[in-house]
Design a protein around this ligand. Structure first.
Ligand code: SF4
Length: 494
């Protein structure tokens, strides 16, 4: 692909891309990547969050995004001259451009305070980098920046009644010191960025400019690593930079990888791929299943974790279960029973009802399998803190959990069909005819988003019925999948 000139002005998000991968920067800069907008729960909460942040400021001007860029620039300039707080101002130089969340006159000294509003609990490096970009842009346009601040969420905050206490929920943090502390590192990246603008190559694999450690999580790996989709080496577990190194050595398949390059887990993987036989460590699996009861349960929760608390006695980001699926299998009679509870969204806080239903359904002295059981245990123990009257139930069952993700994470079981992945969705079809294909909801994040839509009444009645059914089907498939895997394990042990 011939390398074209860089398009100016460069946006803030393009700069952030560059700090991670110069090739990704180029792809975005040349509009070679289709922008996708996956709906997520954060987008449902954003208007409320931004309104809370904006409520701190008086005499403000909002620059409408519906205007043309030229008009946005003009209105921003006018607000700047009138010393108003500006929300969504658009600033552009010949080289760079950015929307600024908030710029507010500093009443204590000369200059402006540059704000960012983010529904997060810590100021991660990307946030500081993006503020660094904006500060540079504003200063190049003659705007004096006296301080750089972030309005973010206090994750320790607990909503005690139905009213959100804005000042306890939000934290305003000055990032000026962090910017100074990181300035050396940022200047280095900036100089690299400047050099790239005049002397770029695409794709760049020579490590002068930042590139990915592994193309596995990239949206466009084939551009930098030709035909990478058909190269087995990119499925290598715990590979980090190794697949990239192997690619440059001309190695495409597991068979070609020298054993000395591989750790224990990768050797298991190589053998399974070369022989096309499933790896099954009977010794480890026997130890893993020691103490398992005859009848067993399979449990899965779906939860929301709203940024802005919805129910009393909850914190930001806290997981609130609204649905569970429970399969109970008696191997003697081969009877598999299914139970589920989905809390009606119009009834508000689901926690007490979810816990009560669980106490009625989960038998004591029975092993409970979950996939990544830390989550299920955390959900129940959080519920018990609020409803201690059910402590006896928790005390009776909390040692009964077993994590069915563990054998796959540890590579006690591995099939080449997993292609190095260890999520339930990838494992299930590798060992059975069962899979998540055909389900409308296929990810926990989507289940979270859909239930939040119901709570915020952003669905029609017709849609509501469909979403509720989809949620139950999705959760049921997860516990049925665990049952299928458990049966497969038992059969292999005999
Ligand atoms: S494959 Fe890697 S180097 Fe290429 S664009 Fe993706 S992240 Fe960047």
């Amino acid at each position: 692909m011939p390398t074209k000139n860089i398009n100016f002005p460069i946006s803030k998000s393009q700069f952030i891309n560059f700090t991670k991968c110069s090739n990704s920067f180029y792809l975005h800069n040349q509009n070679l990547i289709e922008k996708t907008n996956t709906p997520h729960s954060g987008s449902l909460e954003w208007p409320e969050f931004i309104n809370l942040c904006m409520s701190y400021f008086e005499h403000s001007v909002i620059i409408p995004r519906s205007l043309s860029k030229d008009s946005q620039k003009k209105e921003t300039q006018e607000a700047l001259e009138n010393k108003h707080t500006i929300f969504g101002g658009y600033f552009e130089s010949e080289e760079y451009a950015s929307y600024i969340e908030c710029l507010s006159p500093d009443i204590t000294r000369e200059g402006w305070i540059l704000y960012d509003f983010r529904p997060v609990s810590t100021a991660k490096l990307d946030i500081i980098r993006s503020l660094y970009f904006q500060k540079r842009l504003l200063e190049s346009l003659g705007v004096i920046i006296s301080d750089v601040k972030l309005i973010r969420i206090n994750s320790e905050y607990q909503m005690t009644d139905n009213l959100l206490d804005r000042d306890a929920f939000l934290i305003t943090e000055s990032l000026s010191e962090k910017l100074i502390k990181e300035s050396g590192r940022f200047e280095e990246v900036w100089n690299l960025f400047l050099a790239y603008q005049t002397n770029h190559i695409f794709p760049s694999v020579d490590e002068v400019y930042p590139t990915c450690k592994s193309p596995k999580s990239c949206y466009q790996p084939d551009v930098c690593f030709q035909e990478s989709q058909s190269y087995e080496i990119f499925d290598l577990r715990e590979g980090h930079e190794l697949p990239k190194k192997l690619y440059h050595m001309g190695i495409k398949t597991f068979e070609e990888i020298p054993d000395e390059e591989l750790n224990q887990i990768q050797k298991i993987q190589k053998n399974a791929h070369v022989s096309q036989n499933t790896h099954f460590d009977s010794n480890q699996m026997s130890v893993f299943l020691e103490g398992t009861s005859e009848t067993v349960c399979f449990l899965d929760f779906e939860s929301i974790n709203p940024t802005i608390p919805i129910f009393p006695n909850t914190r930001p980001f806290q997981h609130i279960p609204f649905l569970f699926s429970l399969h109970i299998w008696n191997p003697i009679s081969d009877e598999l029973r299914h139970f589920t509870y989905l809390h009606p969204p119009e009834e508000g806080d689901p926690r007490e009802k979810v816990l009560k239903e669980l106490t009625l359904l989960i038998p004591k002295n029975t092993t409970i399998f979950s996939f990544n059981d830390f989550f299920e245990k955390q959900i129940i123990s959080d519920l018990i803190k609020i409803f201690p009257e059910h402590s006896e139930f928790w005390n009776a069952i909390h040692l009964n959990f077993k994590d069915l993700a563990l054998p796959f994470k540890k590579f006690w079981i591995y099939s080449a069909k997993q292609k190095g992945k260890a999520s339930l969705k990838e494992i299930l079809p590798a060992f059975s005819e069962t899979n998540h294909v055909g389900l409308s909801i296929r990810e926990g994040q989507d289940a979270n988003y859909q239930y939040l839509r119901l709570l915020k009444k952003q669905v029609t009645q017709e849609e509501k019925i469909r979403v509720l059914e989809d949620l139950v089907s999705y959760c049921k498939m997860d516990t049925f999948g665990l049952f299928v895997l458990y049966k497969m394990i038992k059969e292999n042990l005999h």
